[in-house]
Every structure is written in C-alpha cells, then in structure tokens.
Design a protein around this ligand. Structure first.
Ligand SMILES: [Zn+2]
Length: 271
C-alpha cells in the first residue's frame, strides 16, 4: 500500500501501524466499520472475534456484507477478513468464530482492543480483562430511544486506559443497568441499529486509536468520553468528564480485574 497521503502521521507511523495488532470484538454494525478503516490506515495485524453468521437483518449496517453472504450464511469474521484483505492483502487476519472469553490467551497479545458488543455485562467483563492485562480498550455504543412516538439517536465512544476512569466511573456500566439487562435476557428482537451512527462512532473509535499509535498530534488531550447526539449530528466531550476522578478505584483489587482463569483457555466440566 502506498500511504504517502498520510505521511503527516509521523516518520515511522507506517511501520508502527504495520507491526501493531488490534482485536475487534464484534464484527457487526460497529466492528465492520472499524475493520474497514483499520485496513485502509495500514494496520498489519488483526484479531477478529465474533461467533455469529450474517443474517438478512444485518444488511442494513454490516459493512462488506452482501446478499450472497446472507444466502450462504457467511461468518461475520469471514466478511471482515475479506474486506481487510481486499484493501491490504499482506495484513494478517486471525479469525475466531467464538466469544472473546474463549480466546483470551490470544487476546492478551494485542496492543488495543475494540469493544463493539451490545450488552452492558459483556462490555464490563471485557473492560475488566483489558485492565488486568493493561491493554487500552476502545468501546462504542449507540441507542435509539422512543418517547411519545418520537425517536432519538444517541451514542458514545470511550477510551478506557489502565488506571484512568472506567465505564463505571463514567456511568456506562451501573448495577441498575446490569440488573435490568439480566431481567430482559432472552427478550425477543434486537436493539434498533442503523448504519450512519455506527459509522460516526466507529470513526471516532479509530481516531482514539490513531492518537494512541501515532505522534501526529501531541498537543491536545483527547477527552476519554465523547458523546454522539444523533438528532443534532454532533460529537462532543461528555459533560461527565468534569466530574470524573483522576484515577479509577474500581480495579484496585484483584477482585475487580476479571477472572484470572479465563486466561487458561481450558473448558472445565463439573460432574
Ligand atoms: Zn472506575
């Protein structure tokens, strides 16, 4: 790939990106956008993780998905690989048709994790894992709310760095939210999702990544939480930032850092 047009990113940025490894958890509406952008930017190593196969209802937002894929029931990780390789054939794409918790040994070896999953519980567990292994985690999420027959779109992109404010500090994970989600577990139908908010949030997520990996801009500190107002079409630093602690206390003890046995990748059967 000729990356001349992005040479402003820094003298060695191409090499840094070519040697870097990112994990993408969830290759649906958000993750498929991120995979495509990271391929264009010249990322060399991908670990793409998703247990699902494309369905007709995914075509409204899954970048790279085709009618033929729906007919064949192609795995989302295979679609991601096809998109990445079609842009950058030398990129390494390790695919795992699994839940992320089944491949934690490989997940430990990445430079950055992109969390593009639906549930609060899953995001929370993923963040615990990332904190345990000191891996930056970039999370995106969008929601559609209905009030009196009117719809509103909102979302957020956040960067979770070791010791810095976490999803609990930011109010993205709460006990109340986890309880409500658990109560609705198995409820019919998926959450509303559309392509353009996913694209906006995915672009912000890749922006976080580029600020971490390349020295193109060093003067301004990126806010750790950016909120998307889909009605106004704005992405702004969150008002919550003014109230966040400088250091997160949620992962101070071993208890808060996820289950260490997840790293063993061993299935234990209890008789
Ligand atoms: Zn915290």
């Amino acid at each position: 790939m000729n990356l001349q047009r992005q040479s402003f990113l820094g003298a060695h940025s191409d090499t840094v990106l070519a040697r870097s490894r990112a994990a993408l958890i969830g290759l649906g509406g958000g993750g498929s956008h991120i995979a495509q952008q990271l391929a264009h930017i010249g990322l060399g190593h991908f670990l793409v993780i998703d247990p699902d196969f494309i369905e007709d209802t995914n075509l409204n937002r899954l970048v790279g998905g085709t009618q033929e894929d729906v007919r064949l029931g192609t795995a989302k990780v295979d679609i991601a690989e096809r998109v990445i390789k079609s842009v950058n054939p030398v990129a390494e794409v390790v695919k795992r048709l699994a839940s992320w918790a089944e491949v934690t040994a490989e997940l430990r070896d990445v430079d950055v994790i992109f969390s593009c999953v639906d549930s609060i519980g899953c995001r929370s567990e993923l963040e615990s894992f990332a904190r345990r292994f000191l891996i930056p985690l970039i999370d995106i999420g969008m929601d559609v709310h209905e009030s009196n027959g009117e719809f509103s779109i909102s979302g957020q992109a956040m960067l979770s760095m070791p010791t810095k404010p976490c999803m609990r500090c930011m109010g993205l994970v709460t006990d109340n939210g986890l309880t409500k989600e658990a109560a609705q577990y198995g409820a019919a139908g998926g959450k509303p999702q559309v392509v353009w908010p996913n694209g906006t949030l995915a672009s912000v997520a890749v922006g976080f990544f580029m600020k971490l990996m390349t020295p193109w801009e060093t003067q301004k500190t990126t806010p750790l939480l950016l909120e998307y107002d889909g009605d106004l079409q704005t992405v702004m630093p969150s008002n919550k930032l003014a109230y966040l602690p400088a250091h997160c206390k949620h992962f101070d003890s071993a208890h808060g850092l996820g289950d260490p046995f997840w790293t063993a990748n061993v299935l234990v059967t209890v008789e």
